[in-house]
Design a protein around this ligand. Structure first.
Ligand SMILES: *Cc1c(COP(=O)(O)O)cnc(C)c1O
Length: 226
């Protein structure tokens, strides 16, 4: 029987190999276990197996599984990676250690305001629709500079970088230009913040290619939890 620990070890091994191919230290890549299909039991087991970053798409699911978490409070980080509506922003701020999916000035303002109310600074990423897919959320690369300029001064957000969801291709090598594109955007539009260095890209199908192209955060669900 293949256990969760086996799957986690396999993914960590593949991360290390991809980092090595790219001449990177594997410690520069953080594995986020995406738990949208997993329950609290599986989260607890993954924590026991060493996973310290978890990702959820929806605020209600995140609350059900992580408030309180099935591991010691503050012993791991929770990432919100799905599209976020402004009416859930307050709950998102209360729960998340990093929000990957900021895709409008309005959402950024609301998040900053709620973070101020809670007396915290919320780390965030801007989501970019690099491939321009109709079905996907995220800013177009062309709108990035103007929007970044508008949000970068918001007092209670800490801008960490960019996130994208690549199109699904049978051959993961075809995602390479998308990941390289996100990295170029991160470099070209650096707002001069020391915190501006994260690239959230790569999922079960394509995380190795993403690491070769500079991913610092990979979001892996199926390879661990199914
Ligand atoms: C579900 C999801 C993932 C994980 O996808 P897998 O193919 O299960 O690895 C990563 N990022 C986002 C935004 C997701 O919705």
């Amino acid at each position: 029987m293949i256990t969760l620990a086996d799957k986690l070890a396999e993914v960590n091994y593949r991360i290390a190999q991809a980092a090595r191919r790219a001449g990177r230290d594997k410690g520069t890549v953080t594995l986020i276990g995406v738990t949208k299909t997993a329950g609290r039991e599986a989260v607890a087991e993954a924590f026991r197996d060493g996973l310290r970053d978890f990702g959820e798409n929806r605020v209600p699911d995140a609350e059900a599984k992580f408030n309180p978490p099935p591991y010691p409070e503050k012993a791991a980080r929770l990432h919100l990676i799905g599209h976020l509506q402004t009416n859930k922003a307050k709950r998102a701020v209360a729960l998340a250690d990093l929000v990957h999916s900021v895709d409008s000035v309005r959402l950024a303002r609301v998040l900053s305001r709620h973070a101020a109310e809670l007396g915290k600074t919320l780390p965030v990423l801007l989501e970019i629709n690099v491939a321009g897919e109709e079905s996907k959320h995220g800013l177009s690369p062309a709108e990035l500079p103007a929007i970044l300029e508008e949000v970068v001064g918001l007092a209670n957000l800490e801008w960490r970088g960019l996130m994208t969801v690549a199109p699904f291709f049978e051959d993961p090598a075809r995602t390479r230009p998308v990941f390289a594109g996100l990295r170029e955007l991160l470099e070209r539009h650096n707002p001069g913040l020391p915190s501006w260095r994260d690239l959230s890209m790569g999922m079960t199908n394509d995380f190795e290619v993403a690491i070769e192209e500079g991913a610092t955060l990979v979001r892996v669900g199926r390879a661990i939890f199914s």
